[in-house]
Design a binder for this molecule. Sequence first.
Ligand SMILES: O=P(O)(O)O[C@@H]1C[C@H](O)[C@@H](CO)O1
Ligand SMILES: Nc1nc2[nH]cnc2c(=O)[nH]1
Length: 288
Amino acid sequence: MKNVKYNENYSYEDVEAICKFLLEKSHYRPKIGIICGSGLSNLADILQEQEVIAYSDIPNFPTCTVQGHRACLVFGILNDKPVICMQGRFHKYEGYSTSKVALPARLMYLLGVEIMIVTNAAGGINSDYDPGNIMIIKDHINFPGMAGGSVLRGPNDERFGPRFPTMNNVYNDKLRELVKVAAKNCGISNIREGVYCFLGGPSFETVAELRFLKAAGVDAVGMSTVPEVVAAGHCGLKVCGLSLISNKAIMDYDTDDKPNHEEVLDTGKTSCANIQSLVSDLLRLIEV
Ligand SMILES: O=P(O)(O)O[C@@H]1C[C@H](O)[C@@H](CO)O1
Ligand SMILES: Nc1nc2[nH]cnc2c(=O)[nH]1
């Protein structure tokens, strides 16, 4: 087991100190931030003129404990735009405090990022979805948030955003349309658009839970993203969310199939090239 500190709280000043460290280390002033989901760390490979900083070299920065998350920050250029890419996120189920899970979005905000592109691996609940499909997140269901476990729970620091932020259009409609254009440009036909549901994990869902989610209108289920998106929406970032459908949710009792993290990582390996072209063309289309 790594010697991981789970519970520290990250105040505005703590995030500011990390931001200052990075701005001193790097000459980049990123306008776009990317978070890589499980098995999708290679997404950062599309950045040119890279400056890579390991999370462990950043004072007071959390680490990653989940396989498939590389724990590096990569600065670089993509289609003439300065970008920061996080190879590895912090999940609530790892035991991290809410302010640690919110850190990537808040750090991006203080660095001057305007658009956050967040990716994840998710289980496909919609019966039309297959592994390898890419789902543009149109909206989310924040299960822990609906039950009092919001990433914004606790004292509100107005310097990040208001006490009661709206989540309408948090997955920015113009960005969603641009992703569709980018998918066409790249010849990616297996693009979908749907609702992502965030559950606490780390156990995968039971059949009964999956049937419940399907009845509630969920298209894909995962264990991340929403806390980052809520924190990003809180501080006014525009968000684009992409789920790689890594496995089909198992909705039947009469099967020996089981979801597993290896399958999730394998789909990431085989589908990362599609996400790379999609994000690359999206950045060409975005104006910042
Ligand atoms: O970080 P993401 O949401 O991409 O990772 C998913 C959810 C769990 O962390 C893991 C399960 O295989 O993949
Ligand atoms: N909760 C959940 N997260 C996932 N991440 C990748 N696949 C899955 C899944 O089937 N369920």
